[in-house]
Design a protein. Structure first.
Length: 253
C-alpha cells in the first residue's frame, strides 16, 4: 500500500520500542518520513533505527521517559537539532496495568496516569510550537493520539487504565478546538486488541489470564495493521481530519 503526503514529513513516535509504536515508525519510514523513535529501552531503539536505516529509511533513536519533564525536553532538543521542526507527532507510549481497584495499587495508578495522560501532555507541550508553525507555512501538521476502546468500554479490573484513555479521547476532542482553527489536525485512534507487549506488564496472573481468554476468543489486529490506520489518517489531504477512529478485530464487540 502506498500513501500520499508522508514523504518528507518529520515524525516523532513515542513508545517506538515495541508493538504499535515500532510498527508505526517502520511504516512511516518506509513511506519516506524521517522518524524520531522515543522510548526508554536504548537497545530496542538502536536495533530499530539500524533496521530502518538498513532499509533505506531515516531514523533517530532518542531515549526518553515520558514521565520525566527533563527527559522529554532533552529529547525534543535533540530532535530539533537533528531534524528541525516536527510535523507529525504520534503519542503512543502507554502502559496497561490490571488489578481490582480494591487492591489499592496507587503505584500502578500513578504510573498509568503519569505515562498515559501526563506523558501525552508533556509530548504535546514539547511539539505544539512545531505543529502550529508547520501548519502556518501551509504544510500538513498532525497530532495523533493513541487512546483505546477502553475509553468507552468497561473492562473489569482495568478501571484506571480505561479512565486514562477516556482522558485522552476527551483531550483529543478538546485540542481540536484549539488546533483545528490553526490547521493542525488532531486524530484520536482507539484500538481494540492489538498484538504487542502491552498485556505482559500486569503482575496479577489471574487477571492476565482473563484478558488472554478474551484475546483468544476475539483475535487481535497486528501492530502493522494498526500502523496502517495511523498512516492512512496522516496521509489524507490536509483539510481532511479523521478525528476519531475505532479499529478493532471484527470479532471484538
Ligand atoms: P507495548 O507495551 O508493546 O508498547 C508500549 C511502548 O511504550 C513501548 O515501546 C514502551 O517502551 C513505551 N513506554 C512505556 N512507558 C514509557 C515511558 N515512561 N516513556 C517512554 N516510553 C514508554 O504496547 P502497545 O504497542 O500495545 O501500546 C501502544 C499504545 O497503544 C498504548 O498507549 C496502549 O495503551 C495503546 N493500546 C494498545 C492496545 C492493544 O491491544 N495492544 C489496545 C488499545 C490501546 P519502553 O518500555 O522501552 O519505554
Amino acid at each position: 500500500m502506498s500513501y500520499e503526503n508522508l514523504t518528507g514529513r518529520t515524525a516523532v513516535v513515542t513508545g517506538a520500542a515495541s508493538g504499535i509504536g515500532e510498527a508505526v515508525a517502520v511504516l512511516l519510514a518506509e513511506q519516506g518520513a524521517r522518524v524520531a523513535l522515543l522510548a526508554r529501552r536504548v537497545q530496542r531503539l538502536d536495533e530499530l533505527a539500524a533496521k530502518i536505516t538498513a532499509g533505506g529509511g531515516t531514523a533517530l533513536g532518542v531515549v526518553a521517559d515520558v514521565t520525566d519533564d527533563a527527559s522529554v525536553s532533552a529529547a525534543a532538543e535533540r530532535i530539533h537539532e537533528a531534524y528541525g521542526a516536527v510535523d507529525l507527532v504520534v503519542n503512543n507510549a502507554g502502559v496497561m496495568l490490571g488489578n481490582p481497584v480494591e487492591a489499592g495499587r496507587l503505584d500502578e495508578w500513578q504510573r498509568m496516569i503519569e505515562t498515559n495522560v501526563t506523558g501525552v501532555l508533556r509530548v504535546v507541550r514539547a511539539f505544539t510550537g512545531d505543529l502550529v508553525a508547520t501548519a502556518a507555512e501551509g504544510r500538513t501538521a498532525d497530532l495523533v493520539n493513541i487512546s483505546s476502546v477502553a475509553a468507552h468500554l468497561a473492562f473489569p479490573n482495568y478501571a484506571v487504565y480505561g479512565a486514562t484513555k477516556a482522558a485522552i479521547t476527551h483531550l483529543s476532542q478538546c485540542l481540536r478546538t484549539e488546533f483545528g482553527p490553526r490547521d493542525v489536525r488532531v486524530t484520536n485512534i482507539e484500538p481494540g486488541f492489538v498484538e504487542s507487549e502491552l498485556r505482559l506488564h500486569t503482575d496479577n496472573d489471574e487477571i492476565s489470564a482473563q484478558v488472554d481468554g478474551m484475546v483468544e476468543a476475539m483475535g487481535t489486529l497486528s501492530a502493522a495493521e494498526l500502523a496502517d490506520v495511523v498512516a492512512y489518517a496522516a496521509s489524507r489531504p490536509r483539510h481532511v481530519n479523521l478525528r476519531q477512529i475505532m479499529a478493532m478485530p471484527t470479532r471484538q464487540a
